[in-house]
Design a protein around this ligand. Structure first.
Ligand code: ADP
Ligand code: MG
Length: 697
């Protein structure tokens, strides 16, 4: 259980003074459904405003944030016939004049806060306009008393729609008072050497900075927090790993007869990296240690076949396999790829998702339990309690980053010493493999199946959407099959679905009878039916939200249009583009952006035009994000650390990894005094599942 000392941090953010149920609503958009105090605290500033600059007006530099000490001279309210005109207030400090400008402001407010003849300290962004110094909507208007309380260095927080700086900083300042004093979990020598503050001090320094450097990623306080997070992650991974490997494995070595049958049924020859990956995996399966291996391979690199050939060895040894996918569509996709091959080899396979119901489900579960099924393909439904295997020996988990560690464990718990293969289509740079997967063995599929043609990628402004439509008319005449991916509008599937629906109607008007729509709000069966109509060619344009992102395979699809490409992360665009270029026809990817493009978005689109190598794209992605663009996990397609942007803290990550090994080597159950603090650390970063493994022993 979470130590009681952490309770204040895990209380609802609603309980913060000045932050009732109502003001928590917008915070939810920023911090998630049930924001806790710790979530407020871990929402770190992305910059600061320095209000220490207090020049005389004659010395003040336009373009900077300044605090001016002035006497209010004159009010110029907008004339009655032009109520929309700005309200101007002129003030002086004896060295010059400045005008404070308010648009659409409430008159009373301006009159009250800047009474003529009074002395005020006014802080904000100074600019030069029409020969005058002016400050539009000052950030702060203070009297002497207010000035004394004004923080000189103000953190600036990343925001989302409808959330104001004021709200977030109010919440953060209040939250800082709730941080309990916690026993140090870090090595005191390391802390001293790096001049790191204690955990509580670190958070205080960041949210109530005294120096501009305090809040920034380079500060000792930020380093300390990043390290705390990385260390908790590395300890959690090490615990899970130890747990998985504790019971030694069972060798599953087959005689190769099923493998040969499948290979004979393959309509293509394996790529060199597929052959190597299968060898590596089969080698692991035959060992008496437990396998924990990551199979990385770009979209379309052919991971499913590798998984099937590996499963074949286990089936030859008389045992069962499970293949778990994150979505229904993907599970069915695997079934489709595997079925013809497994049929040829006489394997018994079944699919289990939320959709199999009633008698059919009962029968299926009975067959799995009796060992009459060799491979069960499924979704989350696979690790429900009712699912029991006769002898599960090998679990393949696709698109791993969508599953949590505990889900992986739940699946592994359904068999004895289950070997585990994790497949991911997001090529992950080495540094990140370490963070997300720990030191797993890795197989990578670097080469694409032969016959794949490069995708012609073009970047087009949305001003030219008419040209795009025109081009599609022509392409359809020569038989094209088209994905049209709709913009990611919000974090809400509902809103995304609405946007997709609108676009669907537009295109339906343009191409009557040829268009279908899939989005995340549709029921499974409905989605499948629509995909099937697209796959069969009954409809030729599939309008989709990102539900098609992973895994969907329609080899005839040869054009993909991605609207608002600037809103997608690099990895995600790459995934989407991977939907085409799988068949014989020449393929095109149209990245439609809305101008103006920011520099990072521009760089992203340029990389996509230059390369289709997923590993290079992943590296570039990391580099670009390292340059400051804050991408949410949804956009990058990768699980995020909260405090430690890994690209900034590669050295700390390595240090955390080593320290985790050292710690658990000395005290595997975290039972010593430092062990107890380290458990607190695990709970602090919500590694509850891993922490529970210690108790379980
Ligand atoms: P992913 O790695 O994205 O999961 P899949 O396993 O779905 O890729 O494979 C994509 C498609 O490529 C499937 O239709 C599969 O049958 C086919 N494929 C796999 N390996 C090869 C190969 N060596 N040569 C040609 N086609 C292949
Ligand atoms: Mg796949």
């Amino acid at each position: 259980m979470r130590p009681a000392v952490l309770n204040p941090l895990f209380a609802s953010a609603e309980t913060l003074p000045g932050l009732g149920p109502k003001s928590v609503q917008p915070l939810k958009r920023l911090l998630g459904e049930e924001p806790k105090i710790v979530d407020v605290l871990f929402h770190l500033p992305s910059g600061i405003v320095d209000r220490r600059l207090r020049p005389k007006i004659s010395d003040a530099q336009p373009g900077s944030v300044v605090t001016l000490e002035v006497e209010i001279e004159e009010h110029h309210a907008p004339p009655r016939n032009r109520p929309k005109a700005p309200y101007r207030v002129v003030a002086t400090d004896g060295t010059g004049w400045v005008t404070f400008v308010f648009f659409g402001s409430n008159r009373g407010y301006v009159e009250r806060s800047l009474p003529t003849g009074s002395k005020r300290w006014v802080s904000g962004h100074l600019e030069f306009y029409d020969g005058m110094l002016q400050m539009v909507h000052p950030d702060r208007i203070l009297d002497a008393e207010g000035l004394a309380k004004m923080p000189l260095i103000e953190p600036v927080y990343p925001l989302s729609d409808g959330v104001t700086q004021g709200l977030v900083s109010r919440a953060a300042r209040a939250a800082v008072d709730r941080i309990p004093v916690l026993d140090e979990w870090l090595d005191p020598n390391a802390v001293a050497q790096r001049h790191w503050p204690a955990f509580r001090e670190a958070l205080r320094t960041i949210h109530l900075p005294r120096q501009p450097e305090d809040a920034l990623p380079e500060s000792p306080a930020r380093h300390r927090l990043a390290y705390d997070e990385l260390l908790s992650g590395q300890i959690a991974l090490a615990l899970v790993r130890t747990h998985m490997r504790k019971r030694s494995g069972r060798p599953s070595a087959g005689d190769g007869h099923i493998v040969r049958q499948i290979e004979a049924a393959l309509p293509f020859s394996l790529t060199a990296s597929q052959v190597r990956a299968v060898q590596e995996i089969r080698g692991d399966l035959a060992k008496s240690e437990r396998m924990l291996r990551l199979l990385q391979g770009d979209v379309g690199s052919g991971k499913t076949v590798v998984a099937l050939l590996s499963m074949a060895s286990v089936i030859e040894a008389g045992r069962q396999c499970a293949l778990m996918a994150p979505t229904e569509i993907l599970a069915r996709q695997h079934l489709k790829t595997i079925q013809p091959l497994s049929d040829a080899a006489g394997l018994r396979i079944a699919i289990l998702t939320g959709r199999e119901k009633g008698r059919e489900r009962e029968a299926l579960l009975a067959n799995i339990a009796a060992g009459d099924i060799d491979i069960v393909i499924g979704t989350h439904a696979l690790f429900q309690d009712v699912v029991a295997f006769h002898d599960l020996a090998f679990a393949v988990v696709d698109e791993q980053h969508r599953f949590g560690v505990h889900q992986r464990l739940a699946l592994a718990a359904k068999g004895q010493a289950v070997d585990m293969l994790v497949m991911t289509a997001t090529p992950i740079p080495r540094t990140l493999v370490l963070t997300y997967f720990g030191d797993m063995d890795v197989s990578a599929l670097h080469d694409k199946p032969t016959g794949r043609k490069p995708v012609d990628t073009r970047v087009i402004s949305s001003d030219r959407l008419d040209d795009v439509i025109h081009g599609l008319h022509r392409a359809l005449e020569s038989g094209a099959r088209i994905y049209w991916v709709c913009p990611l509008v919000s974090e809400s599937e509902l809103i995304d679905a609405q946007a997709a629906e609108e676009r669907f109607h537009d295109l339906e008007r343009e191409f009557p009878g040829l268009v279908a729509l899939v989005h995340g709000k549709m029921k499974g069966a409905e989605k499948d039916a629509t995909m099937a109509r697209f796959a069969s060619g009954e409809v030729r344009i599939l309008v989709a939200t990102t539900v098609i992102e992973v895994g969907v395979d329609v080899p005839e699809a040869n054009i993909i249009v991605i609207e608002h490409a600037e809103r997608f992360g690099l990895a995600q665009l790459h995934q989407l583009r991977g939907r085409v270029g799988r068949g014989d026809a020449k393929s095109t990817c149209l990245l439609v952006y809305k101008a103006p493009l920011g520099p990072t978005a521009e760089a992203r689109l340029k990389i996509l035009r230059e390369t289709e190598d997923g590993f290079r794209i992943a590296e570039e992605d990391l580099r670009l994000r390292g340059e400051g663009e804050l991408l949410g996990t949804r956009q990058s397609g990768m699980p995020g650390t909260r405090l430690a942007a890994v690209e900034n803290y590669a050295e700390l990550l390595e240090m955390a990894r080593k320290e985790a090994v050292l710690i658990l080597g000395k005290d595997p159950n975290l039972s010593g005094t430092r062990g107890a603090s380290l458990r607190t650390l695990l709970y602090l970063f919500e590694r509850d599942e891993a922490a529970k493994l210690i108790q379980a022993g």
